[in-house]
Design a protein around this ligand. Sequence first.
Ligand code: NAD
Length: 503
Amino acid sequence: MGVSDKSYKMLIDGKWVESGSGATVEVLDPSKGRPIERVPSATIDDVRSAIDAAKSSFNSGVWSRAPPAERANALLRVASLLEADAQHFADLETLNAGKTIKQTTTYDLPYTVDNIRYIAGMARRLDGDAMAEYVPGGTSAIRREPIGVVGVITPWNYPLMMVVWRAFPALATGNSVVIKPASYTPLTTIRLGSLLLKSGIPDGVFNIVTGPGSLVGEELAKNNGVDMIAFTGSTEVGARLSELASPTTKKVSLELGGKAPFIVLADADLEASAQGAVVGGLVNNGQDCANSTRYYVEGSVLEKFQKALVEKLQSVKVGDPLDPSSDMGPLISAQHRERVLGFIKKGQEEGGSLVMGGRTPKIAGHEGGFFLEPTLIYTENHDSTIIKDEIFGPVFSVFKISSLDEAIQRGNDVIYGLGASVWTKDITKAMKAVRDLRFGTVWVNDHVPVPSEMPWAGYKQSGHGASLSRFSLDEYTYIKHVYFDLTGAVRKSWHYSVFGQKD
Ligand code: NAD
């Protein structure tokens, strides 16, 4: 069974299906603002069928009790199939999400394949304490067991990668999953489904249901058959899902928004920091949860840094994302671009000065696309919305600071805590920033890299739990303590504290 490029369906219990109502929704190319595909719009019954299929596959033990090596090998087969089809996936991701082809071919695809290989390897090495006699006369051991049915809800900014970050550690540890991809970007998730089928993963273990978050996502959060929600997306929707999941007390793992500070101290290599700022701010068209967004620059180097940054931003090529020479494609939707433009306006109304950008370029052949120029606003108002809220667009806010202490205090003064960077040659200052910045990742003299072996996790309202690294597998397992009596005695030495007297 497979899925052709002309027929994107849902995957339930190993079968490609339409919505029970026959309804479909349009999927757009954001670089043209034109429809490219239609996918099913699920009914509540479709979601429930997927949950039932996941539950019965889990209960059958065919995957959940398979030896770790069997699960690892199946995931490794997916990695190889994905690697072999990487160009097609990269093209499709670029077409559907507007990411540049440069990024999808050289970063998203090879990195996602590496993520899968790492996760597959870790399926065979789950952590626990050594089996030992922690109580005299008894041996204790730990088992790690899958949680059950995991509802995975993903965002549109890394459609394929976020499925892998969330669903693959769940699969590696023996869970069954129901995935709801973002409504804007379901295509690579569906194509990935065909690779999982080819890899021999049993029917019902990996299900895909497409449709609106308010219906599909909410049903996953509420339904008693779902044991855990793994959500990557905005802080607002994450909070809503926690609320919906609370009556069934299901586990909710949240990876949410970010608002990364980028601290440039007076002794930093200004050329390297300006270069790092462009890349940190514009990766994924400025729609990355780790994008550097707030530039805290020491007063003595502010002018020089900003000049270097503006010069570099002026040479950024905004254009057709399928053109390998484009540095930046469109934003995901007309509505999202309006929201970002609203922030640019607000930033100025709240005292900021527009240094560059703010316009919506027309790209030949892509007149309907949702493009926006890289935009830089200098502000001295730290309460400004552009400093405090996640914009999720190519908007740089520059703010003058007088010391590292001030930068750390201001850097921490947001609700988010995902990624942060500090640029300095002074090791003492770097280590102080590493210690005091309340963020899940702190980069020193770089911004963006996260190897598969290291955790990606939020502090504060950026969520909790971890993707990547060995910690990501912990997310999807229960820890079971098993205790073996070694004495064989009817009356154990400690029984007197409940019943009878001490011998
Ligand atoms: P979003 O919260 O709008 O949507 C995420 C997913 O939730 C989508 O599949 C959407 O359809 C679904 N959804 C929407 N409303 C829902 C509801 N009421 N109930 C259930 N599901 C619902 O986020 P987005 O706009 O797709 O993605 C951008 C956000 O994701 C940003 O905030 C970004 O920082 C965050 N993000 C975080 C990470 C991370 O690792 N922390 C990674 C990528 C993106």
